[in-house]
Design a protein around this ligand. Structure first.
Ligand SMILES: [Fe+2]
Ligand SMILES: [Fe+2]
Length: 302
């Protein structure tokens, strides 16, 4: 694996130093930033309707208010549990990557800050899951295999491409949640915190990747584009779970699962892909070899 650090000087060192400084001087501690003492009030929700997998389907209108609330609670738990798992995997990679970086370089210093923040996020998500009485459903064997395999064997630039795509997509998701007026305040602050810190990670990674994508030819841009596409598919398919429909007492969870998967694919394409499409487009990642797959697999309008 070649070393990213040789390219760091092409990226904006001043900008990276600014990001490091903010992270050091204005750390957001989940312990104090989030009002953990607040329990959910009767009209608090856990996930905006629009983000739940069943919203938009006729079946959704047959749910009682209590079932809708429970659907949101279980799916929110699934979302943040998946985030935390993905962040843990990325921490494994960053730790390995750090071993090869000189400690006096901004990239090293930034990645240390990112690791610290990602570990705090994982603890924060786990605490929120506990506070909500959540029972996360484990990743499927396929998710586990691809997650761990790619983490171990893909070169650094591909993993950073993957991470920025997941961060961009989940950021949009978090924005919907935190701007929803009656969201449970613990979750609002959790998404606020995450949005602020992930914003810095995104800026850093985009800056780092600029040097890669600028040098990439047709084949590499195609591969980057596919890595991003599969990362998004990976994220999207982690949320919709048959077991959740069972938990909320739907008479036919298999049918609900089938409809929800299709529904969520369309919703995800319509609501969550704008930023990532703009990013991929900025280095011409849509071409004759990739465009059809984005349309077919993700339902993206590219
Ligand atoms: Fe994070
Ligand atoms: Fe991050």
């Amino acid at each position: 694996m070649y070393c990213v650090s040789t390219y760091i000087y092409i990226m904006d060192v001043k900008e990276v130093e600014r990001l490091i400084k903010i992270s050091r001087e204005h750390p957001l501690m989940p312990e104090t930033y989030i009002p953990w003492q607040l329990q959910p009030k009767p009209d608090d929700i856990f996930l905006p309707d629009i983000l739940t997998s069943l919203h938009g389907l006729p079946i959704y209108d047959t749910l009682t208010p209590a079932q809708k609330l429970e659907l949101g609670r279980h799916e929110l738990v699934q979302v943040i549990s998946s985030y935390a798992w993905g962040e843990c995997l990325f921490c494994v990679f960053m730790t390995r990557h750090l071993i090869n970086l000189p400690q006096d370089e901004p990239e090293h210093q930034f990645l240390i800050r990112e690791l610290i923040e990602e570990f705090r996020h994982q603890e924060m998500f786990a605490r929120a899951i506990k506070q909500l009485g959540g029972k996360p459903i484990k990743q499927s064997g396929l998710h586990k295999f691809f997650g761990e395999f790619s983490n171990k064997y893909l070169p650094a630039d591909y993993l950073f491409m993957g991470s920025v795509s997941v961060e961009l997509v989940t950021d949009v998701y978090g924005n919907y949640a935190r701007r929803s007026p009656n969201i449970y305040p613990v979750l609002k602050k959790m998404f606020d915190l995450h949005n602020i810190e992930e914003g810095r990670h995104i800026l850093f990674t985009k800056s780092l990747l600029k040097t890669y994508s600028a040098k990439a030819g047709f084949i590499k841009r195609t591969l980057y584009s596919y890595v991003i596409l599969f990362n998004i598919l990976f994220v999207r398919t982690m949320y919709v779970k048959r077991e959740i429909y069972e938990r909320i007492g739907l008479p036919n969870p298999d049918v609900a699962y089938k409809q929800a998967s299709k529904n969520f694919k369309q919703k995800f394409a319509a609501k969550c892909l704008d930023d990532i499409i703009e990013f991929v487009d900025s280095w011409k990642g849509f071409n004759i070899a990739t465009r059809w797959a984005w349309r077919m697999i993700l339902g993206a309008k590219v």
